[in-house]
Design a protein around this ligand. Sequence first.
Ligand code: PLP
Length: 417
Amino acid sequence: MMKTNSYTHDIDFFGNLNPQELVEKYGSPLYVYSEKIFRERCKEMQQLIQGKPFTSNYSIKANSNLTLLKIAREEGMYADAMSPGEILILEKAGFSSEQIFFVPNNVSEDEMRFAIERDILISCDSLDQVETLGRINHGGRLAVRINPGVGAGHHEKVVTAGKKTKFGIGMDKTDELQKLLDKYDLHLEGINQHIGSLFMEPGPYLEAARHFLNLASRFKELKLIDFGGGFGIPYHKLEGQERLDLKKLSVDLSNLVGEFAAEYGREVLFKAEPGRYVAAECGVLLGQVHALKENGGAEYVGTDLGFNTLARPVMYDSWHDIEIWHDGKPSTAESVPQTVVGNICESGDILAKDRVLPRAYAGDIIAVLDAGAYGYSMSSNYNNRLRPAEILIASDGTDRLIRRRDTYEDLFRQFDV
Ligand SMILES: *Cc1c(COP(=O)(O)O)cnc(C)c1O
């Protein structure tokens, strides 16, 4: 099994400075993003379906840094928003109403109005939400999120279709849906699905797409068919995990869509909704080793990377590859099992358990790979800690701040003090 501690070094991830220098310049913890990788992933996703009108909607809950959003727009992507806040930041990044798809669940009338006033298409996630929309926007347009009855994902918390999930309108409810559409004279312009997150083989996505197109043929006036996101990335790349075969997926999906389009007889815009695939691999989270200890036979590496900075390991038991950098270079120390923990006062604050890594020393830099998606966007001020800064390594290797670190003033902003 290939094991390496120098992946980021080998692909020249950090540009003109090494992680040690970046931390000296911007502080720790620090999110570092590679513009080059982000653009590559946007391009790959824009080419997913060939030969028919297609665009990928970047699902910005994965990472909504304003600079990255602007780059995604430059690459021609559209975007999915889950909340009014996400709509606002997309507008700031220059996305037009037509380029934004509002895919929320369980929203208030006010939140729907927020999108309607901007002429942003809303996808309704339940019959109740269709009813609400009909009441406040009689004669308007909408999309609906269908639950196709099959789901997939790396953890039950991210399986978002199938029998046991809160998402979507079941296919057994299409008669009731039609009644509501008639009652409020609503125009069903689109259907979308999202079956789950982090699939690594083309098969399940293709199956879901095939199934979805069968359902789509029941609706006669669609302008938009959205297959959802969930494209996986290799979180075990240091051990040589293979990438998702996007070429194969692209060929098969394009064929499928081509056959459907020939029969449907109406021009449809096809969409996918990638989040993780676009943002995960462009991001590395840097932190510092502050203390080492042995407890009950385990070696603990104490860092400033609490789960307030990266929640995934604690929330989903997720694996993130880790590199140790010593004196500005990938460490060459002997590898031993170590448990990497953060600075939050909870025993569950564990980034990696019994991980075989080069022996860490105080002052070493920890580089957590594939942290660009659901990293900063899920970070918090738990324990009144400051959320990290974010920097961009531009395609020419230069680094710049793209979101400042929280300040202590930020922690008091909402109080009358
Ligand atoms: C989160 C989400 C996505 C993106 O999921 P990824 O696994 O990051 O690709 C797409 N669509 C919907 C509706 C989502 O909630």
